[in-house]
Design a protein around this ligand. Structure first.
Ligand code: PLP
Length: 423
């Protein structure tokens, strides 16, 4: 995340303090703010400078549509139940309610994963951080470049990198994914690391890995004895039948892979907060000890279970009526993605993603992506996300998110065409 000089600076270094506590030096290595707060800051600045501007956000990738009714009702009922003696419950199992773990296993991993290998949580981002704590501070890490910034930033926080060298962090193995390699890394050139973060469909490029590619990835991890953390947060957006929706469809993955997933982008749960992580019992560390047992220890010690109200919502998502509503929502956002992708294509841009993911990855070759971000904000009053915020190889791209009301997407299309359609 190379930010221009206007980025937030760390002002605290020279200020007086009553504390005699040293700062975790790894936090000093992080680049400016986390990407999305920085975008929000620039949006606010633009709004202040142009109070009348009707800004449309295709930026952060936050869901916009109301919760589906059946799912919302299930949570309302659970909340009301808590106000009765019969319906009240306190702490639940830290791993999640049995019925929800069963439903997740049978819905998404039939014949592949057992219910007690599924751990329910307050979301994937939180699980990624807890995974890092479990892995510990002496691990080497690989991540797709570009990818969801949390993999790299939590690695930095753990002290598993050197400093930022102006392009990326020393010590991270960046697996470059660009149009030139069809958004799949050249594994022959990838160094062995202890942990590999891999996200498919990828945020931000929208690329979903094919079965053949995932076989290569699993083989690579097995050959190197690396632990694969597979982020499937957008798996249900996949249309391509050649792209698996879970890593456990690949033979041998259950001995090397942890998979994390979320209701955030499936059911509009970004604010509700519910996700899950699968840790197969077959996973063993080099000394033969169980990864599953350590993750169980992690969740029981550092997490107290997802909200019981929210778990009722998760269970509703997996009932026939809830599933129908959830797929309805996903299809709505997928239509938005198609509209955006077609628009950029018609205007002659090189555009990727948008078919198996709610993100459209638009190329602006030779232009710094923060400049493109600024230009689109200035000329169109539209917030996008600069590609370089997702890693060095994201330079020259911006990500447009398909999360938006249809009216906003159509208005965004109109503005894009007005500014970029006649070039
Ligand atoms: N993984 C990826 C690839 C994401 O893009 C996101 C959110 O944008 C998450 C995980 C976080 O999901 P959650 O809301 O469950 O924390």
């Amino acid at each position: 995340q190379r930010l221009p000089s206007v980025a937030v600076r760390c002002a605290a270094a020279t200020e007086q303090s009553v504390l005699k506590v040293s700062r975790n030096e790894n936090f000093g290595k992080l680049q400016a703010g986390y990407l999305f707060p920085e975008i929000a800051r620039r949006r606010r600045a633009h709004q202040e400078a142009h109070p009348d501007a009707q800004i449309i956000s295709l930026g952060i990738g936050d869901t916009t549509e109301p919760l589906p009714q059946y799912i919302a009702d299930a949570m309302a009922k659970a909340a009301a139940g808590l106000g009765t003696r019969e319906g009240y419950s306190g702490y639940g199992a830290e791993q999640g309610q049995g019925a929800l773990r069963e439903a997740l296993a049978s819905t998404f991993y039939p014949g592949m994963v057992a219910a007690d290998e599924v751990f329910v949580s307050d979301g994937s981002k939180c699980d990624i951080s807890r995974l890092q704590v479990m892995f510990g501070a002496d691990k080497s890490i690989a991540a797709q470049d570009p990818s969801y910034p949390v993999y790299v930033d939590t690695t930095v926080m753990m002290g598993n990198t050197g400093t930022h060298n102006g392009t990326g962090f020393d010590g991270i193995e960046y697996m470059v994914c660009t149009p030139e390699n069809n958004f799949f890394p050249d594994l022959a050139k990838t160094k062995r690391t202890d942990i590999i973060f891999f996200c498919s469909p990828n945020n931000p490029t929208g690329a979903a890995a094919t079965r053949g590619q995932l076989k290569q990835l699993v083989k690579f991890a097995r050959d190197n004895g690396s632990l694969l953390v597979y982020d499937a947060a957008y798996a249900l957006y996949i249309s391509n039948p050649d792209c698996p929706k879970t890593i456990y469809e690949i033979e041998g993955a259950d001995e090397i892979a942890i998979e994390t997933c979320s209701f955030s982008k499936y059911a509009g749960f970004t604010g509700v907060r519910l996700g899950w992580t699968v840790v197969p019992k077959k996973l063993r560390y080099a000394d033969g000890s169980s990864v599953h047992a350590d993750w169980n220890r992690m969740m029981t010690t550092c997490f107290n279970g997802a909200s019981n109200i929210v778990q009722a919502g998760g269970l509703a998502c997996l009932q026939p009526e809830g599933l129908k509503e959830m797929y309805g929502l996903i299809n709505f956002y997928k239509e938005n993605a198609t509209i955006l992708k077609n628009t950029f294509q018609e205007m002659g841009f090189s555009v990727y993603g948008g078919e198996d993911a709610p993100y459209v990855w638009v190329g602006f070759p030779g232009k710094p992506s923060w400049d493109v971000f600024a230009e689109i904000l200035e000329k169109c009053n539209i917030v996008t996300t600069p590609g370089s915020g997702f890693g060095p190889a994201g330079e020259g791209f911006v990500r447009a998110s398909a999360f938006g009301s249809r009216d906003n997407i159509m208005e965004a299309v109109r503005r894009f065409k007005e500014v970029y359609g006649k070039q």
